[in-house]
Design a protein around this ligand. Structure first.
Ligand SMILES: O=C(O)C(=O)C[C@]1(C(=O)O)C=C[C@@H](O)C=C1
Length: 282
């Protein structure tokens, strides 16, 4: 054997040692999640906020030549496997046509082996989550004037309504994942702050209140609107706006009640329809 081959052998032995250590740690992590499963009893299995915090913490300490995007892929696969291990996870994915990109986003986030069902319309996806046929729905990001106002199906006070719980990709986009394609994940899950979040507010108001007027009104009660996702008619001379606000705003936040304080009921209702960890900047 030449010296080169010998050093290659030594390096490969090192790789085998490291692979064993990684594998041992994955098995050890699984044993810990067994404990978590027992501790949760009938509690909520999927914790999007906790998952975002795990990924953010790792990305913040990441260093060296291994791609950060691949760190995210590995952990997303591991976390998804360990979610599935606690309770079966199923996906309903918006797929208007083959290769539309949403399935790739769904699998990047929730694991390549998680069963998924494709639906041609966003309404069908939302319905599948509402009916409990899927635990998570993957939906297109809302846009002004598109024909898929799926988010209006989430408006209401019933505790059983799905909520937007994540924005995808959290760290991306990966190659072949569509040009800047983004999605929302919805599920029947409690909303949890992560320290860097956006909240989705559906605001029912009268057309007597202009967009700019609504914006300054929300600012006056201490909310920080940063984006109008969509707007729809809502009965005679009324509309419902889907607005992103900065930070985490809980459904019982007093600022939401304060915002109802308008003359002549210009603002009829504010609904928190979701909150998500702000995607990690790439
Ligand atoms: O921390 C939990 O509650 C877990 O169930 C563990 C874990 C993980 O693998 O780290 C898995 C699923 C949850 O969505 C969040 C985190």
């Amino acid at each position: 054997m030449t010296d080169d081959v010998q050093s290659l052998d030594t390096l490969r032995q090192e790789i085998d040692r490291i692979d064993d250590a990684i594998h041992d740690l994955i098995m050890e992590r699984t044993a810990i999640v067994e404990g978590i499963r027992a501790a949760k009893r009938n509690g909520v299995i999927l914790r999007p906020g906790r998952e975002a915090s795990i990924i953010r913490r790792l990305l913040a300490r990441h260093d060296g030549h291994f791609p950060a995007a691949s760190v995210v892929r590995i952990w997303r696969e591991m976390i998804s496997a360990l979610t599935n291990f606690q309770a079966p996870l199923t996906l309903a994915v918006y797929m208007p046509e083959r290769g539309a990109g949403y399935l790739a986003l769904a699998r990047d986030q929730y694991g390549a082996y998680t069963p998924s069902q494709a639906y041609a319309s966003a309404g069908q996806v939302a319905r599948a989550v509402m009916d409990g046929e899927a635990s998570i729905g993957i939906l297109p990001v809302p846009h002004l004037d598109d024909d898929q106002a799926w988010w209006t199906m989430l408006v209401g006070t019933s505790p059983d309504l799905p909520r937007v719980v994540a924005r995808l990709p959290f760290h991306g986009p990966g190659p072949g994942r569509g040009d800047g394609l983004e999605a929302m994940a919805v599920g029947k899950l409690p909303l949890e702050p992560t320290g860097d979040d956006r909240t989705m507010l559906a605001v029912e108001c009268s057309n007597a209140l202009s967009r700019a007027g609504l914006r300054s009104h929300l600012e006056a009660v201490g909310l920080k609107p940063n984006h109008l996702w969509d707007t729809r008619e809502n009965g005679p001379d009324a509309r419902i706006d889907l607005i992103a606000v900065e930070d985490f705003v809980a459904a019982d936040d007093p600022r939401l009640t304060a915002a109802l304080n308008r003359p002549e009921g210009e603002v009829a209702h504010l609904h928190v329809i979701g909150a998500y960890a702000t995607p990690y900047p790439v």
